[in-house]
Design a protein around this ligand. Structure first.
Ligand code: SF4
Ligand code: SF4
Length: 415
């Protein structure tokens, strides 16, 4: 006889808000006539029990698939005596295609596989970018993976290793894209397959690829290495198109919404409704390009800025990534290989120097940015500095020596 739906007064409250609730989704699966319905009923029961007691009842363990050391997140219930059908509720992490492009046919096949071997519950996508196939028993993990693998998918990263990356939809569809994010992501991950499948790092390492500073991959605050597209030369301005925008929206709106919103006051509107851009002051924030898409485009010399150490939240607090390469040209294969080499250097340095359970941002905070830069072979660059220091107290020992060196240099230059 089929199990009864559990009573879930606390979970029910989560369905009363204005947004779709995951509880409704779980109930739909529990009420279905599929083989996993009882598992989902017990899962709801356990969740309600957790809400009542304010405790989680999942513990880890060791579950894997043949030939891989990571990629499955094991979950065993500590209250299996009360909720036996959901006593095992493991998750398989599967690497998605770069830019998250799927055909509907493929999505249906993925859903069918998980209806056969799991709970029917899939998250597109987890924080690390993986497709999260949630809720399977130990016995079903291997057959599920085999079928997913036959479709061409590989297991994603889990644990203290290189995690599956995220790239924005980028060059495939977006006019703001400044490099080929899918290519950069695929090349970087291919060079780190061992650290994804058989991780032996002190802690996680995540890379995220965004085609411009709009950062649709949320790279800046959640990637150990963020690759964010930008350009080096002047932005492209189609003055005729800009004049048309001014005509349609009026000078006042353009001044309020575009010119005055520039964070570095790099824009001015001429009397004839053309735009003047002080490109040296522009910090490539993307605002004006976003609101005047037909008239403004990134420059022609495109590439990416590399930032390290972002994460919300680290043990040392919330950290945005720190710029370590202000501009890296990404045009030909050689440029992309340079990016992969830098990523490899950063990963090796992290593997050798981070403490257990320490992310890149915490390691840099502990050892100092200059030591990190030296360790990965990067030169210091003035463009890494967001603003000059405002503290007037400086060490003056050694200045006399520097003055002598400066005088000697000036003298030899004059000769
Ligand atoms: Fe487009 Fe930029 Fe968003 Fe990527 S990050 S999808 S390039 S707007
Ligand atoms: Fe100003 Fe940002 Fe436009 Fe640059 S991209 S000109 S900083 S609004």
């Amino acid at each position: 006889m089929a199990k009864q739906m559990p009573k879930t007064p606390l979970l029910d409250q989560l369905e009363t808000g204005p947004w779709p609730s995951f509880v409704t989704g779980l109930k739909r699966l529990a009420k279905s006539d599929k083989g996993y319905a009882d598992m989902m009923k017990d899962l709801l029961g356990q969740l309600e029990h957790s809400y009542e007691t304010r405790k989680g009842y999942w513990k880890g363990g060791t579950v894997g698939v043949f030939g891989y050391g990571a990629g499955v997140i094991p979950r065993f219930s500590e209250v299996a005596d009360k909720y036996p059908e959901s006593k095992e509720f493991h998750t398989i992490r599967i690497m998605p295609p770069a830019g998250m492009h799927y055909t509907t046919d493929l999505l249906r096949k993925l859903c069918d596989i998980w209806e056969r071997h799991g709970s029917g519950l899939i998250a597109f996508h987890g924080q690390s970018g993986d497709i999260m196939f949630q809720g399977s028993t130990t016995d079903n993990i291997q057959p599920a993976f085999d079928e997913l693998n036959e479709l061409g998918f590989d297991l994603g990263g889990a644990g203290a290793g290189v995690r599956t990356s995220v790239s924005c939809v980028g060059a495939a569809r977006c006019e703001q894209s400044c490099y080929d994010e899918a290519k950069a992501m695929r090349m970087s991950l291919n060079a780190m397959v061992d650290d994804i499948h058989r991780p032996s790092l002190p802690y996680k390492f995540k890379m995220k690829f965004a085609g411009c500073a709009n950062d649709c991959a949320n790279a800046i605050h959640r990637a150990d290495m963020a690759i964010i597209g930008t350009w080096k030369d002047d932005m492209q301005v189609d003055q005729k198109a800009f004049q048309q925008i001014v005509k349609e929206r009026g000078r006042k709106e353009i001044i309020d919404q575009v010119i005055r919103m520039c964070p570095t006051e790099a824009l001015s509107l001429n009397d004839d409704d053309t735009l003047e851009v002080d490109n040296k002051s522009c910090v490539r924030c993307m605002h004006c390009l976003n609101v005047c898409t037909k008239a403004l485009k990134p420059g022609k010399e495109r590439g990416a800025a590399i930032l390290v150490g972002g994460k919300r939240t680290l043990k040392i607090g919330d950290q945005m990534g720190t710029v370590v390469v202000p501009f890296m040209k990404l045009e030909n294969d050689e440029d992309y290989e340079g990016l992969v080499e830098l990523a490899r250097n950063m990963l090796d340095f992290f593997a050798e120097n981070a403490l257990e359970h320490e992310r890149t941002g915490e390691m840099i905070e502990r050892i100092g940015l200059s030591n990190f830069l030296e360790g990965v072979g990067l030169e210091l660059d003035l463009n890494m500095i967001a603003a000059p220091r405002s503290n007037s107290y400086v060490r003056m020992d050694g200045w006399d020596e520097e003055v002598k060196k400066w005088n000697a240099r000036s003298k030899s230059a004059a000769e």
